[in-house]
Design a protein around this ligand. Structure first.
Ligand code: PLP
Length: 405
């Protein structure tokens, strides 16, 4: 307890921004220590969707430049210190990945996947002002915040046996509120299970409510689903009106970012300040030109084929993890187009060592490209010992109980 307070206090003192300038060498050394610490942890970060297999250090010079993409990606702006040419190429590439035609797809690079969800659901509310938002119980918690912000009723629908929205339950909820329309959130890659809502059948079920807006939250799982070994339509080609993807998850980026997209004909121009010289249908004003540039570089370095090969390898690592965890009787589950493997929650020590998030009795790993087969095997060795310890504890418990009796 005391050591913890001292450490926290030491960090506070060493980070304090004082009245005068600090020693720049010491400050840089501090950050370099921090970077080393982060890099050392990397091989054991198995539980989060951020792909850490990236390196943009070639582009370090970019940190000396301000890159601000004010307004729409396809609009010039007065400051002209933007990376919109790169951004448009990222959007063209990801529109196709999402089953859309670039010419028919409006989009921009956002601050996060959540901003993309807000953009899509705001569009839904403007089309259908009286419609509730329907989503599954496994939808991301951010959807609740967005419903609150937009003052929309939120209807959470149970999941079926494949852990995606139960289409019959959705139809029943929509029928109950018939005539108001429906703004549907289909999740492609739920946060805990990596489950995938069947977009087309959910859209069909929601239609009993009247007019619909179909938003696909593909923050985590969309890109992997596109390259699954079987055809899975989840985006514009499955009926989506808007799509959100996170940029720092599967693609990988040192800064959180995302991509918001929508069918172009649905996007209205908003008033923009004349001095920006831009049209602006985004939810922002200034936007990260750095994020757009890094996404472009990350995607351009791979190409579509490179990305596909990387995802196929990652899916194999996920399948390997699923097999190994089954052998250890950890009851794994995985959607075949997903990198997420959920399994029985291990001890707190194992979860801390391998950075595994938990929910109730479950934990998961996500086989993003920096997660190797070797790391999965090392985790499994720890799980074996964990099982041994748990069995020993149970036995000694039983012994104690007997001796007490
Ligand atoms: C991660 C995630 C989000 C949120 O994305 P951010 O980029 O973290 O804002 C939304 N939905 C799902 C399903 C996610 O997994």
């Amino acid at each position: 307890m005391t050591t913890e307070v001292t450490t926290t206090e030491a960090i506070r003192v060493s980070l304090e921004i004082g009245e005068g300038p600090c020693d720049p060498t010491a400050a840089a050394a501090h950050v370099h220590d921090f970077i080393s610490h982060m890099r050392a942890e990397e091989p054991r970060i198995l539980g989060f969707p951020g792909n850490l297999a990236f390196d943009f250090s070639d582009l370090a010079g970019i940190l000396g430049v301000l890159l601000n993409n004010v307004g729409d990606a396809d609009s010039p702006d007065a400051s002209d210190i933007n990376t919109k040419a790169y951004e448009r190429e990222v959007l063209r590439f990801l529109a196709r990945i999402s089953g859309g035609e670039p010419e028919d797809t409006y989009g921009y690079v956002t601050g996060s996947g959540t901003e993309g969800n807000l953009f899509g659901l705001h569009l839904g509310r403007r089309r259908l002002p009286d419609a509730p938002i329907y989503c599954s119980e496994a939808a991301h918690y951010g959807i609740q915040k967005i419903a609150d912000l937009l003052r929309m009723e939120l209807v959470q629908v149970p999941c079926g046996s494949d852990r995606g929205i139960d289409a019959d339950a959705l139809r029943a909820e929509c029928r109950r509120r018939r005539g108001r329309g429906a703004v549907l959130v289909a999740t492609v890659g739920t946060t805990m299970h990596g489950a995938i809502d069947d977009v087309a059948s959910c859209a069909e079920a929601a239609a009993v409510a009247g007019a619909t807006h179909i938003h696909v939250d593909a923050a985590s799982g969309g890109i992997a689903a596109t390259f699954a070994p079987f055809r899975l339509r989840w985006g514009f080609d499955a009926g989506a009106d808007s799509v959100a993807i996170s940029g720092h998850k599967l693609i990988g980026s040192p800064v959180p970012c995302g991509i918001a997209m929508a069918r172009r004909e649905l996007v209205a121009a908003w008033p923009a300040g004349e001095y920006t010289g831009a049209t602006d249908s985004t939810l922002s004003c200034s936007r990260s030109g750095l994020a757009a540039l890094l996404l472009w570089y990350g995607l351009c370095r791979r190409g579509r084929r490179g990305l596909e090969a990387e995802i196929r390898r990652a899916l194999e690592v996920a399948a390997h993890a699923e097999r190994r965890l089954a052998e250890l009787a950890r009851h794994p589950w995985r959607h075949p187009a997903s990198l997420t493997v959920v399994f029985d929650r291990p001890s707190a020590a194992v979860c801390a060592k391998w950075h595994l998030p938990t929910e109730g009795g479950l934990a998961h790993l996500i086989a993003v490209p920096h997660v190797t087969t070797e790391a999965v095997d090392d985790l499994c060795r720890d799980l074996e010992e964990d099982t041994d310890n748990a069995t020993r504890r149970r036995r000694s418990h039983a012994r104690n109980a007997r001796s007490l009796a």
